[in-house]
Design a protein around this ligand. Structure first.
Ligand code: HSE
Length: 296
């Protein structure tokens, strides 16, 4: 039996649309064992497709196809801790688990770069799949069918506050809210901040993160789809977060904090409970994950 554990991920990190992502300590696990047919179940009662539309299966099957090996069956047991359609990379975790599990079962025919490129082709962009596979803070570009990524460890003195609402927002819907074209000014606004955010995260220049995670390309178009989202941004900044950004396509809102900041979590939880507009959100304290997906 092969067990694959994959972390949740938070993409974009403000200005780094489809390019930046980081891994946090919340995990999906999939156990794979040989079987003469496709058998899919969950250990935790979450509902997942049990046929050929299952994302872990589709990713696993893509590995068999890529290396030209016949797929004869597989038993998969999924434990899905990462909430679905909340902007924490649940679909990327499934894709990475399927690819790593199948690759291990087949004796490791694909390199990490090949697996990352396959995962990106399935997901459509690399900013979740890359940190899901590699852990840490990952900068990626997709060029002529290949993914190029650099992973840096997230500094251990950071912690993340994920405000996860009780409603879903599908990435597809959140991408449809975006304009087809953007101005040169907005493009420059974002590329300068994405570059600054990468350097600031790596060097521990946390005072720069507020400016470095501002965005002109997606957040303002998506926040209207998230009731209470603007209020959560304001709350987290008021309580002293270094930075606040929409995690991936949302609806989760991510605050970046110093690891010693316990007061933030206590105060924010009180405010969520007291304000009707914010009751839909639950705050999770998530540590950085610098390991990425693990095959056991
Ligand atoms: N970069 C992607 C987006 C992440 O913002 O749409 C969500 O999959």
């Amino acid at each position: 039996m092969i067990r694959v554990r994959v972390p949740a991920t938070s993409a974009n990190v403000g200005a780094g649309f489809d390019a930046l992502g980081l891994a946090v300590g919340m995990y999906n696990v999939v156990e794979f064992s040989p079987c003469d047919r496709l058998e899919i179940s969950t250990s935790d009662g979450t509902k997942v497709p049990t046929g050929s539309s299952n994302l872990v299966y589709r990713a696993a099957k893509a590995v068999y196809d890529q290396v030209d090996r016949p797929f004869t069956g597989l038993r998969m047991v999924q434990t899905n801790t990462i909430p679905m359609a909340r902007g924490l990379g649940s679909s990327s975790a499934c894709i990475v688990a399927g690819i790593l599990g199948a690759n291990a079962l087949l004796g490791g025919p694909l390199t990490r770069r090949q697996m990352l490129t396959l995962a990106t082709a399935i997901e459509g962009h690399p900013d979740n799949v890359a940190p899901a596979m590699l852990g840490g803070f990952v900068t990626s570009a997709f060029d002529e069918g290949q993914v190029y990524s650099v992973k840096k460890d997230i500094r251990e003195d950071l912690v993340f506050g994920a405000f996860v609402p009780n409603f879903k927002l599908l990435t597809e819907q959140a991408r449809q809210a975006l304009p087809g074209t953007v101005s040169h000014k907005d493009a420059v606004y974002n590329l300068s901040r994405a570059a600054l955010a990468t350097a600031a995260f790596c060097d521990g220049e946390y005072d720069l993160l507020h400016v470095a995670t501002k965005d002109a390309l997606h957040q303002k178009y998506r926040l209207p789809l998230i009731p209470g989202g603007t209020e959560v941004f304001e709350l987290a900044l008021d309580l002293g977060a270094y930075a606040v950004y929409l995690s991936g396509a949302g609806p989760t809102i991510m605050a970046v904090l110093h690891r010693s900041d316990e007061r933030f979590f206590a105060r924010a939880a009180e405010c969520l409970a007291q304000d009707d507009a914010l009751k839909a959100f639950t705050l999770h304290r998530l540590l950085p994950d610098n390991t990425g997906a693990v095959v056991e």
